[in-house]
Structure formats: structure tokens, C-alpha cells
Ligand binder design. Structure first.
Ligand code: NAP
Length: 271
């Protein structure tokens, strides 16, 4: 019987995960036995849809916006990472019930060129993605400051997970900057909306933009021009997706095939 996998989101038609994961399954020689598809499911229908999946041949699912919190709630068991972050992006349908995991945090760490241990890091945002980023960087021993447009949310996030909320960060003083806001997704100018300036980047810094889409990231273009090392959202997507694939199949993920497929699938964007 075909072992089915899917990404659940709303909307989800733009997702790069089906192309990326299908390429991985083909590369592993599993294309005839495993499949991966996108399923658009509204928040109202999420729980019922997810609970029906094991009976339809599904063995796992990625979960994206806006269902990462709901995925955590419906699971019968949680990884420690998912529990501590408070969100799940990977579900496994097992004989013992639904198990929830979070590969966003580990995916971010794998996408970084070097360990953030001991480094001053600035995380922009306080939504679901920022929670995973802050949790991951703190676990690795980074010194984390968090800025958010709505300051109450960054204060609450730091009270819960750790890190220090900042109101007016001097971006030039950080070795690592991670944009975990959704700024740039709909073409917004990150350098206008976020506490960053075109001339504020330098060699020795690493700048990560979780957002990616049809257009190249203006933020990463400016960071690169200033001499910083840049990591785009597709690389983070690939790293978190690879970890999910390994959880479901037990196989070592074919990263190059996944990267190529995610980057080829132009005009689409998701996490
Ligand atoms: P979310 O929970 O909706 O949070 C959105 C965040 O963006 C909030 O901190 C919000 O600030 C901020 N924001 C929105 N518009 C803003 C603006 N104009 N100026 C300043 N801040 C603004 O979303 P999420 O789940 O954290 O995801 C955030 C982004 O990361 C999305 O674009 C998602 O696609 C991407 N992502 C990528 C990956 C990957 O693998 N590459 C993984 C996860 C997420 P307020 O609190 O003030 O509203």
C-alpha cells in the first residue's frame, strides 16, 4: 500500500514542500511506495482532517501556517522540542497514535554555516517561527536579543523561552541576525519595516532571512553587499524538511536533490 505524506496548511497551493519531498523520495528509490501531496485545510477543519489521515494511508505530515499550534494540541505524544517551543511542524501517524515533532529549530541550526555558540544574535519577530529560532539559538549557547514590532509579544516570548527583549537594537553589533518576521513575503521592504539599514552589514556577520518567495530577498541582497554571509529561507526549508523526511522514512535525506527541487519550483513559497 502507498505510504502517503502531506503538508497541511491554509493556504498551501504555493508550497514548495511537495516538489522538494517528491524529489527526495524519487532520489531514495521510494517514489513507487511513498507519495507527498499538499492539502489545504482551514483551521475549523484541521483536527478532523488530521485525525482521518491514518485511515487514508497517511503515515506523516508537515504542518505549516496557521496550524502549528493546533498540531501540538491534537497530538497524543510530543517531542521535548515541540513541547518547549509550543508548536509542531511534523506529525507521525503511528500505531500508538499521533506523534508531534518540531524540526524548524534543528533545521535553522543545520542551515547556519557555523555554530552560534557564544555569539551575539538578534532575532527579529515573535511569532511561531521566531519561537523556534530563539529556542534553537539559546540551546546552542548564543546570547539572544529579540526585537518585535509589537513589543509586548517579544517581552512575553523572552519571559517564556529566555533571551532579552530589545526596543532599538543596533544591528551592527550582532554576529548573527535572523529575520523571523513575515516582512518581505508580500514584497514589503525589510530595510524600511525592520530595525536594519542598508549600510549596517559587514563581513563577519551572518544574516538569515526565513522569508522567501518569487522575488529575491532585498534584505539578503543588502547583507551580501555589506560583506555578510547570507542564508536564505529555502536552505532553512530544505534542512527542516530533510529532518522530517528522516523521521518518517528512517533514510538519510538526499539534500542536494531536495535543494535543487526547492529552488527549481519558482514562483512558490511556504514554510
Ligand atoms: P507569524 O506567527 O504570523 O508571525 C509574524 C511575525 O512577523 C510577527 O512577529 C509580526 O509582528 C511580524 N510582522 C508582520 N508584519 C510586519 C511588519 N510589517 N513589520 C514588522 N514586523 C512584522 O508567522 P510565523 O509562523 O512566525 O512565520 C514568519 C515567517 O517565517 C513567514 O514568512 C514564514 O513563511 C517564514 N518561515 C519560513 C520557514 C522556512 O523554513 N524558511 C520556516 C518557518 C517560517 P507583530 O507581532 O507585531 O504582528
Amino acid at each position: 500500500m502507498m505510504r502517503r505524506l502531506a503538508v497541511l496548511g491554509h493556504p498551501v497551493a504555493h508550497s514548495r514542500s511537495p516538489a522538494m519531498q517528491s524529489a527526495a523520495l524519487a532520489e531514495l528509490g521510494l517514489a513507487g511506495a511513498w507519495s507527498y501531496e499538499a492539502i489545504d485545510v482551514s483551521p475549523d477543519e484541521f483536527e478532523q482532517r488530521a485525525r482521518a489521515m491514518p485511515g487514508e494511508g497517511f503515515v506523516g505530515a508537515n504542518v505549516t501556517v496557521p496550524h502549528k499550534g493546533a498540531a501540538l494540541v491534537l497530538a497524543d505524544s510530543l517531542s521535548e522540542t515541540a513541547r518547549e517551543i509550543g508548536a509542531a511542524n511534523t506529525l507521525s501517524f503511528t500505531e500508538d497514535g499521533i506523534h508531534a515533532d518540531n524540526t524548524d529549530a534543528e533545521g535553522l541550526l543545520k542551515a547556519l554555516p557555523t555554530s552560534p555558540q557564544g555569539e551575539a544574535a538578534l532575532v527579529l519577530g515573535a511569532g511561531g517561527a521566531a519561537r523556534a529560532v530563539v529556542w534553537a539559538l539559546l540551546r546552542e549557547g548564543a546570547d539572544v536579543d529579540v526585537w518585535n514590532r509589537t513589543e509586548l509579544r517579544s517581552r512575553n516570548l523572552c519571559a517564556e523561552l529566555g533571551g532579552s527583549p530589545v526596543s532599538v537594537p543596533d544591528a551592527t553589533t550582532y554576529r548573527l541576525i535572523v529575520n523571523s518576521t513575515s516582512v518581505g513575503l508580500c514584497g514589503e521592504d525589510a530595510l524600511a519595516e525592520l530595525p536594519l539599514s542598508t549600510s549596517g552589514f559587514s563581513a563577519g556577520q551572518t544574516v538569515v532571512d526565513l522569508v522567501y518567495g518569487a522575488a529575491p530577498s532585498q534584505l539578503l541582497a543588502a547583507a551580501k553587499a555589506g560583506g555578510a554571509t547570507v542564508v536564505d529561507g529555502i536552505e532553512v526549508l530544505v534542512c527542516q524538511g530533510a529532518l522530517s523526511l528522516e523521521i518518517w522514512t528512517g533514510y538519510e535525506p538526499p539534500l542536494q536533490a531536495m535543494r535543487a527541487a526547492a529552488r527549481e519550483d519558482k514562483g512558490r513559497a511556504d514554510d
